[in-house]
Design a binder for this molecule. Sequence first.
Ligand code: PHE
Length: 461
Amino acid sequence: AGGSAAAAPERETWTSSTGFILAAVGSAVGLGNIWRFPGVAYESGGGAFLIPYLVALLTAGIPILFLDYAVGHRYRGAAPLSYRRMARPAEALGWFQIVLSFVIAVYYAAVIAWSLSYFVFAFDLRWGEDTAAFFVGEYLQVGEPGISTTLVSGVAVPLVLVWAAVLVIIALGVTKGVQRVNIIFIPLLVLAFGGLVVRALTLPGAADGLNALFTPDWAALADPAVWIAAYSQIFFSLSIAFGIMVTYASYQRRRANMTSSGLVVAFANSSFEILAGIGVFATLGFLAHQQATTIDQLEGLSGPILSFVTFPAVISEMPGGAVFGAVFFGALVLAGFTSIISILLGVAASVQEKFGLTHRTAAVTVCVVCSVISIGLFSTTSGLIALDTVDQWANNVGIVVSAIAMTVLIVWVFRTAPVLRAHLNRVSTFRVGRVWVVLVGGLAPVVLTTMLVQRVRTLVT
Ligand code: PHE
């Protein structure tokens, strides 16, 4: 096998399957679940969105999650090295996925930093009456449209803190760093978020919020954009086709039940996502109730505006809002942090294996480079504009291209699907049948390619 990893000391491993599962859930459950899913579901057909969502989960999400696991667990490297060991030229695919993850980390850190600021602001409801003016004008200091390089220290400080924490955790490594953070943060996150949802459901108007989220708009099912939204959401949310789960699986002990762990991770992630949708929309129902209006009359129900403009407004109206706000933004920080460290571990491990560095050197180098770009781009007044463009291209286009390339190369070009299937079945109790190869090599690339063409067409026009 190639790469300098052969000379490296024994590969670090998660200390148990629970350690691996918690880390993988930590990567999956992130801003995508709390900050992205509820708005996407609402705008893409409400209750009807659950259909494309489940179809995407079962036909592409879980099968590709297994594929990621199989590659990393069998070839025991981060994405580039694992793909290279599978078939030399496939290394390029690994790097493509790693670059994509890197781009996501650049803006993901900014949203965690904003959440960290808002966690502090929640204590005295600092955002005041006009939460939009506060977020855009006072906090981000967005001025004239266009690119500007004015530094905003209110954003720069939390952003530096986030990156410093990421660097420390990655440098500590798989067991002492990443696994330990997840063992503490994930149970804490579940408790905090569970409490939040219970509180939200007891607010007046909560039921209207749930109706708004779950009332199906069946016509949406005929819109290709809705299906693209579902597949992109599943990929992003499960952290698949980014090379990240390849890396996590490569640190799992050789005898480990990979597919069963995968099912736990996938269903935990979707459960958390639906729970987040319920929590967010119950809260929005309360807002509508307070303003004596209906949810569809409200504005700002998706993207950054939902979390940083609409939510602060509801929190201010709520009895005990400061606590609710602190828990909500605290949960965003916990969820986001356990995801961003998975990305940086994936990038750092790739660089480490490629250049034969020590883990610590690779970790520090990668975190410093990524943080400089991230801080440079997002501590200026044009951060919000950058976020939108990058999110569109990286999430809706980049990730779909990556998934198509991955499935076609593995199944059709390098023809390693049978090897990977045998590998999964050798170590797991949940056995994957031939249908897995059909889904991964047939259905997924066809559906994804159709969607991609549509998507690029709307993005360029
Ligand atoms: N899955 C994470 C979320 O839902 C985001 C993520 C994407 C993490 C890619 C790692 C890799 O927010």
